[in-house]
Design a protein around this ligand. Sequence first.
Ligand SMILES: [Zn+2]
Ligand SMILES: [Zn+2]
Length: 319
Amino acid sequence: MRAVVLEDFGRLVVRELEPPQEGEVLLQVAACGVCGSDLSVYKGTPAMRARWSPPLVLGHEIAGVVLEGPAEWQGRAVTVNPLLSCGQCEPCRRGLSNLCPQRTNVGFHYWGGFAQQIRLPLGQLHPLPEGLPLWKGALCEPLAVALRAVELAGGMLGRRVLVIGGGAIGTLAAWLAARAGAEVWVAERNPLRRAWLEGLGFLRGVLEAPSGSYELALDCVGAQATPGLAASHVQPGGQVVLVGLEAVEATLPLQRLVLQEIGLKGAYVFTHDDFSRATRLLAELPDELAVVRPFAQVQETFDLLLGGRLPQAKAVLIW
Ligand SMILES: [Zn+2]
Ligand SMILES: [Zn+2]
């Protein structure tokens, strides 16, 4: 089988690999999305160099067809929950599989979906809705991340919402909030991305930088300054949900948080339940939220994304 191997930081190569031997179910990968965390590993940020070393097969936003496994699963189009949890610990028993201390990730701890075949435990598979284009199944994982963040913020109907960062999670969260009845503005620095966001049709506005006042702000960047920016742009009694995580620490306007009773909540990936609910929303997701490119262009796609030279927030690679 062919696979995209990160041979060194900054170098992705398509080459032949032995098909995987271990794992309950064999999947023929049709599509795999490129995540910001994949870009960070590729770039070799200090945090990523400390945790992972090449060679690696990345990819955790996977859609494909079951080749080998229980008879009733064979030939089914599926997406993959890439987060493996123990199922036994206290958070797992409370349904918070995203907080399992023993959680591991496909595409990091195990070789991922940037390959034509992958083996996985059956419990990680979710059938795709009937008739859904396979590439769209690759959007389930980021959609599940956005779904958790939006749901932790509570009801959306009639609320004014600011999303900081028009990347994949920001765009998907904006779509979910608008779908649930919120008026949504997105703040995004990249002019190319802003022009693309303007064309999406479900946003009330696209801003160069956060301005105005909102009931809820979602920080989908997580830089040192963005949680504070989010807190500065919510009304008294408003709420900030933090989902982006680029920096380790942030500066916060403490007076404002306390004196204006502003709520602050973190949102981390998704539970099993979030993931299966995200699969049911895929059919409604507009096609233009992602660009589909062949795996042969993987390195170029990574470089375009890192350089901010791709208008779309999400790239999905197909074999
Ligand atoms: Zn990811
Ligand atoms: Zn656990």
